[in-house]
Design a binder for this molecule. Structure first.
Ligand code: BG6
Ligand code: MG
Length: 214
């Protein structure tokens, strides 16, 4: 029986990938690294520092830790200049309707995101009050595919992992949910998210009926 839903943020509730891309692209240009939208796909669901490492690998650049921290901070400041301008119009289709349906049926909801900017984004989207628990990149030490973020979400909600469903757009996130003993709905293509119990294109395809059939 499903008692709680745990949502990833980026790529599930909102499409922040384009802002991440603009900000990483600017940094890449400054470093003389060629960085494409296809490369950006590799950064989905991946932590900020790991994303920088991937970018530097693409340019065959090795830098000392302190320099890397400066660059990650620079990218984040640029990224934040975009997310600070977000509005509730940017909530992905169907997300709010689905959340409303869950709440109307007494299900609990949590956020399980790798992002350290999750609170800013939820506030900009005016979604914060809907969540019973928020676990973001500031509260976890192990990145997905480690299940820590989702297990902490289930714990905060006081729901057994087997009664939780995770919504995820990244392969590492699907794996994290499964490792945590939870059900998982993949948001995106069945080609990359095939291990999930169900794959849909977006939350607009979800409803309580489908949830209860998982
Ligand atoms: C994830 C995104 O949700 O958060 C990644 O999918 C991003 O692309 C990661 O790198 C960390 O985000 P932030 O906001 O802490 O830099
Ligand atoms: Mg995501």
């Amino acid at each position: 029986m499903i008692k709680a839903c745990i949502f990833d943020l980026d790529g599930v509730i909102v499409d922040t990938a384009r802002y991440h891309f603009i900000a990483w692209k600017k940094l890449a240009e400054e470093l003389g690294i060629d960085f494409t939208e296809k490369d950006n796909e590799r950064l989905k669901g991946v932590s900020r520092m790991r994303s920088l490492d991937i970018l530097l690998e693409l340019g065959s650049l090795e830098l000392p830790q302190q320099k890397k921290e400066e660059l990650a901070q620079k990218k984040n400041e640029n990224y934040r200049s975009y997310i600070l301008k977000m509005t509730p119009d940017e909530i992905l289709p169907g997300a709010l309707d689905f959340i409303r349906e869950l709440k109307n049926n007494d299900l609990l909801i949590a956020l399980g995101s790798a992002s350290k900017n999750a609170m800013t984004i939820l506030d900009r989207l005016e979604l914060t009050p809907w969540f019973d628990a928020i676990i973001d990149g500031t509260k976890v030490s192990a990145a997905k595919p480690d299940p820590e973020v989702f297990l902490k979400g289930a714990e905060a909600l006081k729901v057994d992992p087997k009664n939780c469903v995770v919504f995820e757009d990244a392969e590492a996130g699907v794996e994290a949910a499964l490792r945590g003993g939870m059900k998982c709905v993949g948001i995106g293509s069945a080609q990359t998210l095939g291990k999930a119990h169900l794959v849909v294109e977006g939350l607009n395809e979800m409803n309580l009926n489908k949830l209860n059939q998982l």
